[in-house]
Design a protein around this ligand. Structure first.
Ligand code: PLP
Length: 397
């Protein structure tokens, strides 16, 4: 059997159409397959590689930490300096109320931990979430996922969860003194990069305050500069009670986190003790990698350049076949008239050396989320390739 056959038979498949290219190397914004073909990673490994692939400083941090120690013990027992150093850096960059980090292995686990924390702190069970939201694939996270098609096959899920439309004021009446939390993406990712109205998020914040409800902001995809500020909520004039981080948090290594106040987090240490536990969460190598990646992001001033790069995309990505664009920083979706056209364009982009994809709840939209280190000249080339790919699809019908 060749590697493709092994992949299809021994690696559990959940996509009916995996991209299925065997990559052998990744560096900066580029990937190389085993035939030597070079691709631009236009989606940054799904918003993970904000500083590109295998940055030398991240590789060095991984090597040094792996040589010093890897797994020692379950979460929260020994003092592990990579965890402390990264938590200190993160909390220094966050508002004072977000001063305590619980590191997990993934985004979904951060969602799980945050919902448990909200129940524990408030003593309530009602959860409010949004249609077209994605917070992870585990059962709690699936319960707040915003589409019944994906939830239905796995019911029963968490009870007492209510979904509303993103950006719709109807949710405000539902936030009451029985509600434990509202979980919402600061920018909704899988509907195709839907930015919220600032007033809407502020009204949710006010309603939460009025009824002592915790506001959980999911920045697992929106975080780490993608929207033009380190944290997307900075642009919204609100601060969450619990912040969810993942993806770019680990600099290419598996890492997630929920961040809250130390006072709230303390509730996980009694009644019951060990209120949330994990063997590998906050793995020292992942923390060392994540910290190095965040330092590269900050030192390189990449976030400041996001606005200009967004303008390049907006100026150049104009084509009669693009029905609409949604965007927020270096993050954009291009809508086509049908799912078929969008998927053909995605396929054609891959043929032309651009790795892209569509969105879970918007299969008629093409995803653009390159590493933030991409240069303007490279973006211009990328735009030309996208437009050429669209022409090739449209012209061959
Ligand atoms: N939240 C958002 C907004 C996401 O985009 C994702 C993953 O795509 C998750 C949560 C879940 O993260 P993970 O895949 O690491 O479990």
């Amino acid at each position: 059997m060749n590697n493709r056959q092994l992949f299809l038979s021994h690696i559990a498949q959940t996509s009916p159409a995996p991209i299925g290219i065997e990559m052998v190397k990744a560096e900066g914004i580029y990937l190389w397959d085993k035939e030597g073909k070079k691709y631009v990673d236009l989606i940054a490994g799904f918003s993970v590689c904000n500083i590109g692939h295998s940055h030398p400083k991240v590789v060095k941090a991984v090597q040094e930490q792996a040589a010093q120690y890897m797994h020692l013990i379950v979460y929260g027992e020994f003092i592990e300096s990579p965890q402390i150093a990264y938590a200190k850096l993160l909390t220094d960059l966050l508002p004072p109320s977000l001063n305590c980090v619980y590191f997990t292995n993934s985004g979904a686990e951060a969602t799980e931990g945050a919902m448990k924390l909200a129940k524990r702190v408030t003593g309530r069970s009602k959860i409010i979430a949004f249609n077209k939201a994605y917070h992870g694939s585990t059962q709690g996270a699936l319960s707040v996922m915003g589409d019944e098609y994906w939830r239905n096959a796995f019911r029963p899920l968490l009870p007492d969860v209510y979904h509303y439309d993103y950006n719709d004021d109807a949710v405000l009446a539902e936030i009451d003194s029985c509600t434990a939390c509202v979980i919402v993406e600061t920018v909704q990712a899988e509907s195709g990069v839907t930015a919220p109205s600032k007033e809407w998020l502020q009204a949710i914040r006010q309603k939460c305050d009025a009824h002592c409800v915790l506001l959980i902001l999911d920045e697992i995809q929106a975080g780490f500069g993608r929207t033009g500020s380190l944290w997307a909520f900075e642009q919204m004039g609100i601060v969450p009670d619990i912040l969810l981080l993942g993806k770019a948090l680990g600099g290419g290594m598996p890492l997630g986190a929920f961040v809250a106040s130390q006072r709230m987090m303390h509730t996980l240490t009694y009644d019951p003790v060990l209120g949330h536990i994990t063997t590998f969460g906050g793995h020292p190598v992942s923390c060392a990698a994540g910290k190095a990646a965040l330092e590269v992001l900050l030192e390189g001033n990449y976030i400041k350049a996001v606005d200009e790069k967004e303008k390049v995309l907006l100026k150049q990505l104009v084509h009669p076949a693009i029905v609409s664009r949604q965007h927020c920083g270096l993050w954009m979706s291009l809508q086509f008239a049908s799912e078929k056209i969008a998927q053909s364009v995605v396929h054609q982009c891959v043929q032309n050396g651009l790795i892209t994809d569509w969105f879970v709840f918007a299969p008629n939209r093409l995803r653009i989320a390159p590493p933030l280190i991409i240069r303007e000249a490279e973006l211009t080339e990328v735009c030309a390739t996208i437009l050429r790919s669209i022409d090739e699809v449209v012209n061959t019908g």
